[in-house]
Design a protein. Structure first.
Length: 102
């Protein structure tokens, strides 16, 4: 799909297939020409003009990848807590460097 006359413009936060780069991303911005996407489980952003709505399978894969990344990050905080570096509930765990979320 091209920016010349897109049939589909995603809402912010929606998972999108970038057909130009063969990647899945979260819609982060739209300027009427380019779509800005962000990695589902990371901070990297990029622009594309070729995109389509993600399929259910692509959405599922992206959500599983995000859940796995969140789990690994949380588990790391729990291990630090067990080592006595953080409180047992890991509430002092530093913010997630991937997306600014605790």
């Amino acid at each position: 799909m091209s920016s010349e006359n897109p049939d589909y413009v995603p809402g912010l936060g929606e998972l999108v297939a970038d057909t130009g780069h063969d990647r899945i991303g979260v819609a982060w911005g739209w300027d009427g020409e380019k779509l800005t996407l962000r990695e589902p489980a990371g901070p990297e952003t990029w622009n594309t003009t070729e995109f389509r709505q993600a399929t259910k399978g692509e959405e599922l894969r992206a959500r599983v990848a995000q859940a796995n990344a969140d789990s690994r990050w949380r588990r790391g905080c729990e291990l630090h807590a067990l080592a006595g570096r953080l409180s047992p509930d890991a509430s002092e765990c530093p913010r997630d460097s991937r997306n600014g979320e605790p």
